[in-house]
Structures are given as structure tokens and as C-alpha cells.
Design a protein around this ligand. Structure first.
Ligand code: MN
Length: 314
């Protein structure tokens, strides 16, 4: 069993819990109760799972959408702060096993930047997890420039976690099965990452670091096409799209446990850009995958542990 760091691992606290319940309306009550128990546990069950699967260290983040679903900005700012203080207390009990990603009220870019700084400097968090757009506003919006600047200055990554789109995609209307993890979340989150690149965020903030789950939401597969089809269609940034993806983006295996896309991500982005993650408690079958998938042992160790340790300063 290879030693692992996992960085898409979820929890719930009293301040963000109300935003989670509406996402569970289609889930069977027993399944929801089981998820709820796991999300609110920081002791026996979570540590036993980590022990059994070789996760030496887990970076914990609120189970989405959290306060990004809040309509009132002041309430969102207050609840995010409470969630971060709650997580800091849990991390303090077991700093060897847990770290935190900040939860941020992206309704207010400057408040989010300040809270990120407080979380990194005072609470020793490792970055932030952001659950997609906030009331329809994406992270390429110029209003977020101060936020990206702060994240780059603090030298911490921003993990972009999937969320539902603003409106259902017409192309998949009528097929509910396609709407969320099977396809829709990947389209939404991959598109969000491309907006960040096309919007010049990494041109303005070359030290900014973005993390994507699901082995990069299909983007590593597309690098050649991004480059060959961008210039003739109005691409104006100095570097080709693939270069921003290689320089500013890391990906994790969360919820994507298959050799062909893993190989593609490693080859397209580089062996130092792919990291293990489980997505506990929604899925942790990826632990066995990364233990057994045919990889050169030094690459397995980099993906499972070393790359995340380097990115997060663990
Ligand atoms: Mn997740």
C-alpha cells in the first residue's frame, strides 16, 4: 500500500450544513444519513478509513456548495468564517493527519481574499476549495483579480470543485442522468477552468495555481486541439492554452480511477502535476486503484504523496 495524501476530502460543520441538505433531495434517506455521519466525523470512522487505505494526511474541505449558495453576502462572509474556525479546531486536534482548505464567500472578492489570508497565515490552511461559480459569476471575472493576486502572493493553490451550472445545458435536456457527475459537472468545471485561462488570469498572475479534480475534467486530453484551434479563432494571449495548463494547473484523481486518463494526464501535464485524491465520504475506491494501477513505482509515489506534499508545503 502506497503512502498517500488526499486533498478532496469533505466535511460538514453547523455553519455550512444548511446549504448541503438541498443537494441531497434525490438521495435515499439511509444513504444521506450515512453520508452525514461520515461528513461530521473527524475521529473514529474517518481515521479508520485513512488507516485502512494508507492516507497519511487528508486536506479537508467543506462539502459543497457551502456559502457560495447564499444570497446574502454578509451572511455568507460570516458563515464562511465560522466554518474555517470550526475546521481549524478539528485540525488542531490532529495536525499530523489533517490540514484544511479555506471555505470562502466568493460573493465578495476582497473579503474572500482577506479570509484566505487569515486562513493561511493564522490557521495554517493550505489553500482554498471553491465550488464553481457563485450566483453565476466565474473566477475569470475581473472582480476576482485581487483574490487571485492574494492567492499567488500567499503561494497557495485554489481547488476548483464541481457545482451545478447556472442553467441546465440544452444539449442534455431531458436526460437527468447526464446532468451531474456522469457528464454535466465535467463540462461545467472544465469550461470554468478554460474561462480562467482564456480570461488571462494566469497571464496576470503567473504564480497562481489551480487544482482540478477528475483528472482535469477532460482538459488534458484536449491540449493539442486547444493549441491548434485557438490562434485562428481569436486567441490573444502570449502563451498557447496548453502552456497555461502545464504551468498553472494541477489535477487530482478524485472520482476518476482509470488507467487511460491517468496516463493521458501524466503525459500531457507532467508527472509532477498529477495528485491522488479520494473524495471521501462520497467515494474512496481510488485508494485501491492507486495502489494497484500499473505505474512505475517512483511515479506512483509522486502521484500518491510527493506532488501534493510539494504543492501544499506539507
Ligand atoms: Mn468532492
Amino acid at each position: 500500500m502506497v503512502k498517500k495524501i488526499a486533498l478532496e476530502e469533505h466535511f460538514l460543520d453547523p455553519a455550512t450544513e444548511p446549504y448541503w441538505h438541498p443537494t441531497m433531495v434525490d438521495v435515499a434517506p439511509e444513504k444521506k444519513a450515512q453520508l452525514y455521519r461520515a461528513l461530521t466525523d473527524f475521529d473514529d470512522a474517518r481515521l479508520a478509513m485513512m488507516e485502512k487505505t494508507g492516507i497519511a494526511h487528508a486536506v479537508l474541505a467543506v462539502a459543497g456548495p457551502g456559502v457560495q449558495a447564499e444570497r446574502d453576502t454578509a451572511t455568507a462572509v460570516r458563515a464562511a468564517r465560522a466554518a474555517n474556525d470550526f475546521l481549524a479546531r478539528q485540525v488542531q486536534k490532529r495536525p499530523d493527519r489533517y490540514s484544511g482548505f479555506a471555505h470562502l464567500a466568493m460573493q465578495d472578492a476582497r473579503a474572500a481574499a482577506d479570509e484566505l489570508e487569515r486562513c493561511v497565515r493564522e490557521l495554517r490552511f493550505r489553500g482554498a476549495m471553491i465550488n464553481g461559480h457563485t450566483n453565476g459569476r466565474y473566477l475569470d471575472d475581473p472582480a476576482y483579480d485581487p483574490f487571485w493576486e492574494r492567492a499567488a502572493d500567499l503561494n497557495v493553490p485554489i481547488y476548483l470543485h464541481p457545482a451545478d451550472p447556472v442553467a441546465p445545458l440544452p444539449a442534455i435536456a431531458g436526460y437527468n442522468v447526464l446532468a451531474r457527475p456522469m457528464w454535466g459537472w465535467g463540462v461545467e468545471t472544465g469550461s470554468h477552468a478554460l474561462r480562467i485561462i482564456c480570461g488571462g488570469v494566469f497571464e496576470r498572475h503567473p504564480k497562481a495555481r489551480l487544482v482540478l479534480g477528475h483528472l482535469g475534467e477532460t482538459l488534458p486530453f484536449q491540449l493539442w486541439r486547444f493549441d491548434s484551434r485557438s490562434a485562428p479563432y481569436g486567441w490573444r494571449l502570449p502563451k498557447p492554452p496548453s502552456q497555461y495548463l502545464r504551468e498553472n494547473v494541477w489535477v487530482t484523481t478524485s472520482g476518476m480511477y482509470d488507467l487511460p486518463p491517468l496516463r493521458c494526464s501524466l503525459e500531457a501535464l507532467g508527472r509532477d502535476r498529477v495528485m491522488f485524491s479520494a473524495d471521501y465520504p462520497f467515494d474512496w475506491s481510488g485508494c485501491e486503484f492507486i495502489d494497484t494501477v500499473p505505474l512505475e513505482e517512483s511515479v506512483r509515489a509522486d502521484v500518491a504523496y510527493n506532488n501534493a506534499a510539494a504543492l501544499l508545503g506539507l
